[in-house]
Ligand binder design. Structure first.
Ligand code: GLA
Length: 394
């Protein structure tokens, strides 16, 4: 029998995911079951573009832009304020927002976001202070979860700064339980940068967990996060996702081709698609990438399998493949080199067991025809060709 994948660890991980999918057993039982994030969360977060420069005006304008640009309707529903919204605790210990930047308070802002048909997310930290030195949640888990629920929060990202001496699994489990007790459905995003092997415990605690350090808006940083997250493909699935960090698409330091590759590969990896650009002013090229419905559909495929690297050719010319619920495969031909290159995707390596398959280009939005045994394309440097291969059954 010909194997659909070379028998590497990554391939075994994928096989486990497939077995899980088919049998409904295995790791699924250990995944967080709060009914949320059955497909990878999609949304926007302030950090990558704005850092600490957040305000209610920015969040309102972003909510408006997400509605008017088509982002919301394409699936980007969580609008998340990252660090720096919080300045203190009041006499009751309740977190207090910066009254200059958020003069109407967080509850009113959440209402505004909801009124635009979006969901509202916020940031805290599991330690004594956030990464920017703001008040954080250690020993206040129940109180903060209640506060967030009372404000109408739908998503919480919890960071890991100022957490020396703490046990990550214990602390994140505490906040998971506090969120559950709050009575409001809240997506839980764990952000300890892969520093405590979260892939071993986070699937039962959070809906997503960072697998890497912070992404930077550069080609090497993006690829490094891609590669690191790829090592844990077997544990991801509906409700619980590896998070190689938020998108840099549109932030200006990579080319459009590099952003296209970034977006394609996040979709292949079933990564959360959290835009990190200024959506109020995005270019048409950026919109074309973030709003590509065919690539988003790969990310959001109901089978929830994280795709893997399946090629073993020249190291800079790679083939990544993700099984989809209808039996087809999403395949990305990735050229990591600085020169154009011909990349051949063998059907069997990509997991297609039929001799021939129809191929659709997900960036050109074009059916390319029926191919036998392989599909090949010339891929420009630092770019990707992404297709959907559908086996032809005779
Ligand atoms: C850490 C996180 C980032 C961001 C900043 C905010 O670095 O990994 O994603 O939340 O903190 O201070």
């Amino acid at each position: 029998m010909t194997r659909p994948f070379p028998p590497t660890r990554r391939a075994l991980a994928l096989c486990c995911s497939l077995a899980t999918l088919l049998l409904g057993a295995g790791p699924v039982g250990r995944r967080l079951d709060n009914g949320l994030a059955r497909t990878p969360p999609m949304g926007w977060n302030s950090w990558n573009h704005f850092g600490c420069n957040v305000s209610e005006q920015l969040i309102r304008e972003t909510a408006d832009a997400m509605a008017s640009s088509g982002m919301r309707d394409a699936g980007y529903k969580y609008l998340v304020i990252d660090d720096c919204w919080e300045v203190a605790r009041d006499a009751n210990g309740t977190l207090v927002a910066d009254s200059v930047r958020f003069s109407h308070g967080i509850r009113a802002l959440a209402d505004y976001v909801h009124s635009r048909g979006l969901k509202f997310g916020i940031y805290t930290d599991a330690g004594t202070q956030t990464c920017q030195g703001r008040p954080a949640t250690l020993d206040r888990e129940v109180q903060d979860a209640r506060t967030f629920a009372s404000w109408g929060v739908d998503y919480v990202k919890e960071d890991w700064c100022h957490a020396r001496g703490l046990d990550a699994r214990t602390q994140y489990a505490k906040f998971r339980d506090a969120l559950a007790q709050s009575g409001r459905p809240i997506v839980f995003s764990i952000c300890e940068w892969g520093s405590n092997q979260p892939w071993e415990w986070a699937p039962g605690i959070g809906n997503l967990w960072r697998t890497t350090d912070d992404i930077e808006d550069t080609w090497p940083s993006m690829l490094s996060n891609l590669d690191q997250s790829a090592q844990h493909a077997g544990v991801a699935g509906p409700g619980a996702w590896n998070d190689p960090d938020m998108l840099e698409v549109g932030n200006g330091r990579m080319s459009d081709a590099e952003y296209r590759a970034h977006f394609s590969l996040w979709a292949i990896e079933a990564a959360p698609l959290i835009a990190g650009n200024d959506v109020r002013t995005m270019s048409d090229a950026t919109k074309t990438i973030l709003l590509n419905a065919e690539v988003i559909a790969v990310d959001q495929d109901s089978s929830g399998v994280q795709g893997i690297l399946v090629s073993s050719g020249p190291p800079e010319l790679q083939i990544w493949a993700k099984p989809l619920a209808d039996g087809s495969r999403a395949v990305a031909l990735l050229n990591r080199s600085a020169a154009p290159a011909r990349i051949q995707a063998n059907f069997r390596r990509a997991g297609i067991t039929a001799d021939s398959a129809t191929v659709r280009d997900l960036w050109a939005h074009a059916d390319l025809g029926t191919f036998a045994r392989e599909f090949a394309a010339t891929v420009p440097p630092h770019d990707v060709v992404m297709v959907r291969m559908t086996p032809v059954r005779r």
